[in-house]
Design a binder for this molecule. Structure first.
Ligand SMILES: Cc1cc2nc3c(=O)[nH]c(=O)nc-3n(C[C@H](O)[C@H](O)[C@H](O)COP(=O)(O)O)c2cc1C
Length: 286
C-alpha cells in the first residue's frame, strides 16, 4: 500500500469528522477507495475481513430513513461498512485494516469517523448481507468535510474529550508500570509511540498501555479495561480490542516509514504482567 505523503503527517491530520458536504464522491476517488478495499493489507494479524463502499443515493428511501444519521453523522453520502469473520484476532485485525482505510481516505483529502456505538448495527449489517459467522464492529462515513462543523459535532467531541490524549507517562512504561518510559529512552521509537497516542479510540478511552523491555527495543502491547456504569446495558463489540488494532496499525506503518525493522509475536513477556493489564502482542526490533 502506498500513501502520497508521510504517514506521520496523515495521522496528525486525521480527526473524526461528523458533518459532511451533501456531495457524492467523484468517480476517481470512488475507484481509488474500491481498489484499496480490495487490495492487500499490511496487517500482521490473522483474520478475514471484507468492506463495501455504499452510496446513500443507491438505497431506497425506506432503508435510507432506517439508517438515519447514525447518531451524530450529518450529510455523508457514502460510507464503508466492514465485516469480520469471528476468530481469535478478529477485532484487532479489523481495527488495523479499517484504520488503514481511514488513513488512506485522509490521504485522499476525505473526512472519516469511526462509528461503532451510535449506529443501528443490524441495519448496516443487512446492507452487506452478513452471515451468521460475521460481525460488523464499526462503519465509517467517507466524504468531503463540511466547511463548518455542526453544534452536534462539537457536543460529540466535547463528550468524548476528543482533543485530549493521555500524557506519555500514563501510556508508555519501561520494565514495569512503575517506570514511565521517557521519549529519550524510546529513542528512534519515539515517533511510532507518539503516533499511537494520536490514534482514535472508542469514547477516546485510549485503552492501550505499552511496556518496553529494559535495554532492548521490544515493546509489549496491553489493554487496560475500565468498566463504565452503563457498559453492562450495551451489547457493543469489545471496542478496546478494536482500539488496540488501530494502535498497532499506527505503530506498524510509522515504523515501516522510518525503516525500523522488527517482527510481531505473541510471546509471553519475560516481565511481570501487572494484574490490571491484559497482554496481547509484542514488537521485537531486529
Ligand atoms: C472503535 C471506535 C468506535 C467509535 N464509535 C463512535 C461512535 O459511535 N460515534 C461517534 O461519534 N464517534 C465514535 N468514535 C470516534 C471517537 O469518539 C474518536 O475517535 C475520539 O473521540 C478521538 O477523537 P478524534 O478521532 O477526533 O481524534 C469511535 C472511535 C472508535 C475507534
Amino acid at each position: 500500500m502506498t500513501f502520497s505523503t508521510s504517514i506521520v503527517e496523515i495521522i496528525q491530520r486525521r480527526y473524526s469528522c461528523r458533518k459532511y458536504e451533501i456531495q457524492l464522491l467523484d468517480n476517481k476517488t470512488k475507484r481509488f477507495l474500491k481498489e484499496f478495499l480490495q487490495g492487500d493489507s499490511t496487517s500482521p494479524l490473522e483474520g478475514e475481513t471484507r468492506f463495501e463502499l455504499i452510496e446513500m443515493s443507491e438505497l431506497n428511501p425506506k432503508v435510507k430513513r432506517q439508517l438515519g444519521t447514525y447518531g451524530f453523522i450529518q450529510g455523508a453520502q457514502n460510507f464503508v461498512v466492514g465485516a469480520t469473520k469471528k476468530s481469535e484476532h478478529d477485532l484487532e485485525n479489523f481495527g488495523y485494516i479499517m484504520e488503514e482505510l481511514v488513513l488512506y481516505a485522509t490521504d485522499l483529502g476525505l473526512g472519516t469517523c469511526w462509528v461503532g456505538g451510535t449506529l443501528k448495527r443490524s441495519r448496516f449489517a443487512a446492507q452487506i448481507n452478513i452471515t451468521d459467522d460475521e460481525v460488523v464492529p464499526a462503519i465509517t462515513p467517507v466524504g468531503y468535510a463540511a466547511k463548518s462543523q455542526s453544534k452536534v459535532d462539537r457536543v460529540a467531541r466535547w463528550a468524548a474529550r476528543s482533543k485530549n490524549r493521555h500524557p506519555w507517562q500514563t501510556l508508555f512504561f519501561e520494565v514495569d508500570c512503575d517506570h514511565p518510559l521517557t521519549r529519550e529512552r524510546a529513542d528512534q521509537y519515539e515517533t511510532p509511540l507518539e503516533m499511537i497516542r494520536l490514534a482514535p479510540s472508542a469514547s477516546n478511552r485510549q485503552p492501550w498501555r505499552i511496556i518496553k523491555e529494559n535495554d532492548t527495543h521490544t515493546y509489549h502491547f496491553f489493554i487496560i479495561r475500565k468498566r463504565s456504569w452503563y457498559s453492562r446495558f450495551l451489547s457493543w463489540p469489545d471496542f478496546p480490542r478494536v482500539d488496540l488494532g488501530i494502535a498497532i496499525c499506527h505503530f506498524n506503518l510509522t515504523a515501516q516509514e522510518l525503516g525500523l525493522k522488527g517482527d510481531w509475536d505473541f510471546l509471553r513477556p519475560s516481565i511481570t504482567i501487572p494484574p490490571h493489564l491484559e497482554y496481547y502482542i509484542s514488537w521485537i526490533s531486529e
